[in-house]
Design a protein around this ligand. Sequence first.
Ligand code: B16
Ligand code: MG
Length: 212
Amino acid sequence: RFKAVIFDLDGVITDTAHYHYLAWKRLAEAEGVHFDEAFNEQLKGIDRMGSLDLILAGAKRTYSDEQKLALADAKNRHYQELIATMSAADLLPGAVDALAAVRAAGLRIGLASVSKNAFTVLERLGIRDRFDYVVDAALIAHSKPHPEIFLTAARELGVDPVHCLGVEDAVAGVASIKSAGMWALGIGNPDVLTRADRVIPALDGFKLEDYQ
Ligand code: B16
Ligand code: MG
């Protein structure tokens, strides 16, 4: 019944989620804000300024818009240093096989990442041409959990959301998929991704025929 599969990037196809974590952790600690894996979970799938606001809500001082932009820029420069040496070796196990299986089944393939670095990461991984449509995060007004990004991917792929399967590692991402009216495959822990229709630990367990 599915006609398209729309993938998230960070934490699904490659482990850039860890690089985002490292970059935010350094920033948070420099601002005197405690930062751990549990807090980071809330930031996954949330855009850059939204993530920064969540972190700075825990700070003792207030920040001007200018100061916030400078902090967001510094985080992004650190993140870009961390992804600079990425290559096809950084594809997570099963990612390429999953993309190939979806292609072989004749379905359309989309990418829905709110990261403004997504095109760079896809190029480094060497998989840009495996996607029929990649959402440009710069054109998205509302970060996940809002459905805009998944709905945009479906529209550009020419597929009704009810015929789309979305793949996500983040709580906000699964919420975005469900709000878009799609079927959600969670990647990670079922106790965390409670709204997903099915959860598997990683893409190397991806079996398209199992999802209905
Ligand atoms: P950037 P996704 C998201 O990507 C990340 O999960 C999130 O941690 C990050 O803050 C966001 O991209 C923005 O990234 O600063 O590179 O624009 O999960 O939607 O692929
Ligand atoms: Mg993600």
